[in-house]
Design a protein around this ligand. Sequence first.
Ligand code: XUL
Ligand code: CO
Length: 453
Amino acid sequence: MSSPARKRAKKQADVDEVEFFKGISKVPYKPDAGPSDVLCYKHYNPAEVIHGKTMADWLRFSVCYWHTFRGVGLDPFGGPTITRHWDDGSESIENAKRRLRAAFEFLSKLGVKYWTFHDRDLAPEGADLEETNRNLDEITDLAKELMEKHGIKLLWNTCNLFAHPRFMNGAATNPDAHVVAYAAAQVKKGLEIGKKLGAENFVFWGGREGFQSLLNTDVLAELTHAANFFKMAVDYKEKIGFQGQLLIEPKPKEPTRHQYDYDAMTVVGFLKHFGLSDHFKINVEPNHTMLAGHSYEHDVVMASKFGMLGSVDSNTGSPDLGWDTDQFPMDVKNATLVMKAVIEQDGIAPGGLNFDAKVRRESTCLEDMFIAHIGAMDTFARGLRAAVKLIEGGVMKMMIADRYSSFKNGIGAKIAKGNATFEECEEYIKKAGEPKQISGQQEKYECVLNHYV
Ligand code: XUL
Ligand code: CO
């Protein structure tokens, strides 16, 4: 950034009324807009009531701070491509404040009610924990003020327990107790900040909680330490009266070769094993779900069926690649399948749909930030509308009821209730003989879904 531009940016830090996104006004709802009119919602109409709730309440959209306000387009092969005029690239408090002001203008013009952040993206890390915490106090004072001014709430905050070199071998699962204690001290502050800002959830994504090699890893010790770490978090949350829901976000790999929180069912098993399942739910990121070798909606559905779906990091990957691309979700069918699960559990609150997504390295304009979010929000609005029609139409529900109808009576009812024995089943087969073939009708189900998408 040139020196006059840097001076201008510095000045903006202290001025509340500077407009960062000149030429972009509050995004309107224009259902009849043409194909190239992309700075408007064509499907997302927040106040519209659909299937008993407003669209805003079903969707609870949230913007993430780390990609949208800290992303610079770095990749392993090249440096930053994305520069923002309000950001002088420094780790100063002034820069952090200016960035935050730009973020709230963005949220407000977009018409999104929630945001999410990592502690270290918000405020610079100081020389020691005390200084870092003071920085956080100063920046979260401003965040609180801006949240009140713009009527924006915190969906969740989280701690970055993976970027600093001290965490290279993990945080809660680090083989060095000193690092585990550091991570605990950091999360203590994270929960305090969550309480201060009225966070509706608090997320643990297991950054480097995993291993690169089993040869040097005592997996049972590490998992036990992780469970004890979570127990400390529950105790402290209760002690300070933090009301937010605790969430764990699964991911199978990256940055470590194997991440302990592999997928939704792994996390459910871990939580049940260590007696933590009453205190945590799951923040599913479909992009991670696909990295685990599942379909887009798989973990959303699995977590929901076990009563553990807390929130969704709404993004997507490229199924042709094997890594985490954090793209904006633009596939209406995938969005429909997620919203079907959300409607079936009567909403996602206190969670939401958080866009843990970044514009491509090549999408360098300010306008692209808006277009990406608007496009993703419209995708999910279409998904919501389609899922409502699918559910209200009732055809798929009837087909499924019919498919499982043999469990309504007789031996089926006994199996379903858990009252049957092997001997009774044998008796039944002696009388009833070979089961007749029943079609699974996958293609018919796919046609029914396509009817609504
Ligand atoms: C990383 C990821 C994180 C979490 C929050 O893949 O998804 O950004 O959502 O730490
Ligand atoms: Co995420």
